[in-house]
Ligand binder design. Sequence first.
Ligand code: BES
Ligand code: ZN
Length: 622
Amino acid sequence: MIRTAPILAFVALTCLSFSGCQQVEQPLEAAPMHVTSDDHSFGNPSLVRVVHADLDWTLNFDARQLMGSVTWTVERSDITAPLILDTKGLSIEAVEVGDHRGLRPLPVTFGESHEAFGSSLVIPLHVGEDHVKITYHTAQGGGGLQWLLPEQTAGKKHPFLFSQAQSIMARSFLPCQDSPSVRFTYTARVRTREGLRPVMAAGMLPDRDADGAYRFEMPQPIPSYLLAIACGDLVKESVGPRTDVWAEPAVLSRAAYEFGDTERMIQAAEALYGPYQWERYDILVLPPSFPFGGMENPRLTFATPTILAGDRSLVALVAHELAHSWSGNLVTNATWSDFWLNEGFTVYFERRIMEAVYGKARAEMEALLGRQDLEEDLQELPAKDTQLKTDLKGRDPDEAFSNVPYEKGYLFLRAIEEIVGRERLDPFLKNWFSVNAFQSRTTEDFLGELGKLLSAEERTRLSIDQWVYQPGVPASEPRIVSDALTKVDAITRAYSEGALEAPEIETADWTYHHWLHFLRALPKDLSRNRMSDLDLVFRLTESGNSEILHQWLLIAIRTGYQPAMPALERFLGSMGRRKFLKPLYQELMKTDPDAARRIYTSARSSYHSMAQATLDDIVVPR
Ligand code: BES
Ligand code: ZN
């Protein structure tokens, strides 16, 4: 971002000569002073960089506000530059600066502002000052915190709070340099209502303070998007030597069963790409309004309860969030335009873990379903959003969110694997993670290293430029073959043509993978009778597997299969996972926009602000 005016230097000078200078909030004119490589942050880490935070927070469930302070320790490479932080919707009560001996108050000075990116907070510093304390509280609702009413939880008795900082929402609950290229360590003290348990994606200290505050410590430096907190009626159960599952009491035993393979996954991951560096790997199961499947918050993955299928069939999500402990959390995309470095690597790593723990057949089914997800997006997205390296200038990174960084990124790594073999790729990736640990890296950093791995002939064969900087998928893409799903193809064809009746379909060994593949390939205009045959025999409208139910409901909307509509309404009203909501509302807008609007109007307030932002553009008023 380009910012900040000569007037800024003036502010800094004024403050250098008059301690406690009193100028009032004044907008700073925009004129180039320096350029940082992050289009989504006002921060100036190349001049003054945050390196540590001491958080002192109170979670006020009555006001639905987080209130308290952060004390930043900063490193200064330009002695005249102020500290510039990102904020969004924050009320700043006080700014104090100084050193370890003491602090002096400063007026609150905001700089630039932008609808999506918030406002910069500009803090001039005297020589030698490296501590900045900001006392603040968050806005009510919206932003990176979702405050849930008791009726939105499993237990229905206690409220719940969770954060979601990725991509640029940390600034809505912490004034920070909200860029994935800036890392910091932190400690936290968190106070809240008695009877509620706060947890953070950090080391959780066993003892509470005299005033009842819970204490946390993050000794590994993390980027702001990995800062995370949740609070509610939470209990835990150990499922492995370094894994506890946290959930509401009503959900805990189901969750603990579902995640019983986690230690096997961690060991498989370590065998591939080196030791797990975060000590513990715990999993928190959130209430159903959590807008994502999972979020790789370090030491404490956040997960949707919609993956609790009862049979561990949807645990690829755990493999995925776990894999981020290397790709993403250890080696971080330097900017959101390099997002595929986080997600493409992670999907590749996820499928290697799945293969190691559950076998190649399952990993290959998941790869094929992923390829189908990608195909849908390739059909719909503007060409420039189908590049791996994207141009996000001026846009909220979340607006460009799609399967492309995930599944095209995966295919790119698989294409490399096909050329060099696992014997060469695995040591290369292991080395990438260890050499760049706790650093942020760009696409070009990776391509530089990749260039050294490949011979000239291999570089040409791979068509790197096409993969990374061109839209679509190169014709030379790896071919994914799943024998299990090829068998399903034959069945789908026979059923669609009427050569096979529902009771004759042999589904005894089918998992959600087979079902998704089958349902996705059914003709768009399947008759009402064939729909109800399937439903009668396989009870799809009542499926307890969220992936199967989602796919079935999509088809039900498309074919106008009315008996599934109550289940659709229940599903839309009972969970907030964007990956499910978005296609269902999109489809419903095509066939029954009034129903879509009616359901959305009543459910909207229960959805997370990120899901609301996506759906507001889809379920448009008449
Ligand atoms: N880091 C992402 C979630 C995310 C991405 C949140 C961008 C906000 C902005 C997480 O690791 C993820 O990819 N989750 C997936 C599940 C996964 C199995 C593909 C999801 O939530 O669907
Ligand atoms: Zn991910």
